[in-house]
Design a protein around this ligand. Structure first.
Ligand code: NAD
Length: 358
């Protein structure tokens, strides 16, 4: 197609070889998974995470402890800083000491609905924090910056098939607006200082060690325990869920291919209806869901789906894990982690309602 041709002219070569990568938010769900994959392939990782209590901090401690066990401090492969990315003194000394040459910026306040309650903390962590990182990138000569944007930038768009090329952005929450603002500021830093930036718009990520405030985790947890789940609308609404290993693959690919400035969708590229979602969780947990039917939530979009053509051509990205397989693996992880240290209780879960794209 003509759009493939347009992308093909832009392809840059993959940058192979050792990297030292700063992973912000490395104690979180996506960050710890990305850190693990980088370390596994031989890159070195510096993590910075403030360990906030948006959800049970023991889950984040667990994520870091797993990494520490695999890559003890004595190996020098993994260095962990506990602190706020907005702490200028801390971040300056981190850059000075560690000299990372790649930045993979995944730290953020996540969650759509809590951002309506407390917009300032989202603006601080997400926008101010990102600008500070880009300032330090400039100061310390870091050229490659990959960061987590979000499908929520499309938000209230009338379009159902989201493509980066169409001007369909419609951020309808403070969270979504912070992600769009970061994309714009990153464009500015690219323009001013030739910073290579890839903004990755993740579509609802799920899988082992997934966030307890999000629907995939909640449904697996609650259906397994025979607890009621809330179903908004008639169940025909559908969204694009992306398994964690596919997201990690997309992030690593964009670290390896530094584009001057690009926005990429990282999704699976097809939707799963709420009804299918529930029946797949029932199948893998072997339990019947106890469903409380509720009216459609104001502001919820009926259908979201990523166009992944651009990521496919420019990054070689292609999601490989079906929703059925991803939920099977998530349930397997859930069952084994229930036997371990952190009990998953309602208290482990965050305040977010977890149904909006984040
Ligand atoms: P997460 O909450 O598990 O991880 C984020 C981590 O960042 C947390 O460990 C938190 O403590 C840390 N953090 C937050 N603010 C910080 C600050 N100011 N300084 C230092 N550390 C800070 O969330 P996640 O699901 O792993 O999300 C990772 C990134 O991907 C986020 O930027 C999020 O907005 C984005 N994203 C996630 C999804 C999803 O479905 N999980 C979808 C779209 C975008």
């Amino acid at each position: 197609t003509s759009s493939s041709n347009k992308y093909e002219g832009l392809i840059v070569a993959s940058h192979v070889g050792y990297k030292k990568v700063l992973v912000t938010g490395g104690a979180g769900f996506v960050g710890s998974s990305v850190a693990e994959a980088l370390l596994a392939r031989g890159d070195d990782v510096v993590i910075v995470d403030e360990m906030n209590d948006y959800y049970d901090v023991r889950l984040k401690e667990n994520n870091l402890n797993r990494l520490r066990e695999m890559y003890p401090e004595s190996t020098g492969r993994l260095v962990i800083y506990r602190g706020d990315i907005c702490d200028e003194a801390l971040m300056h000394s981190l850059f000075d000491k560690e000299r990372p040459q790649w930045i993979c910026h995944l730290a953020a306040r996540a969650g759509v609905r809590p951002s309506i309650q407390d917009p300032y903390i989202y603006i601080q962590s997400n926008i101010v924090g990102t600008v500070l990182l880009m300032e330090l990138a400039h100061k310390f000569g870091v050229q490659n910056f990959v960061f987590a944007s979000s499908s929520s930038v499309y938000g209230g768009s009338k379009s159902t098939y989201f493509s980066e090329e169409e001007n369909v952005d419609n951020p309808v929450s403070p969270y979504a607006a912070t992600k769009k603002a970061c994309e714009l500021l990153a464009y500015t830093y690219h323009h001013l200082y030739k910073l290579n930036v890839s903004a990755l718009r993740f579509f609802t990520v799920y899988g082992p060690r997934g966030r307890p405030d999000m629907a995939p985790f909640k449904f697996v947890d609650r259906i397994s325990r025979g607890l009621e789940i809330q179903k908004f609308g008639d169940g025909t609404s559908s969204r694009d869920y992306t398994y964690i290993s596919d997201i990690v693959d997309g992030v690593l690919r964009s670290i390896d291919r530094p584009y001057p400035y690009q926005v990429f969708n990282l999704g699976k590229g097809d939707g799963t209806s709420l009804n299918e979602f529930i029946s797949i969780v029932e199948k893998h947990t072997g339990k019947a869901a106890v469903v409380r039917q509720l009216p459609d939530q104001a502001g919820d979009v009926p259908y979201t789906c990523a166009s992944v053509e651009k990521a496919k051509i420019l990054l070689g990205y292609e999601a490989t894990v079906s929703f059925d397989e991803g939920i099977r693996k998530t349930v397997e992880w859930y069952n084994s982690s229930r036997k371990n240290a952190v009990p998953i209780t309602p208290e482990t879960q965050a305040n977010g309602l977890g149904r909006s794209p984040s």
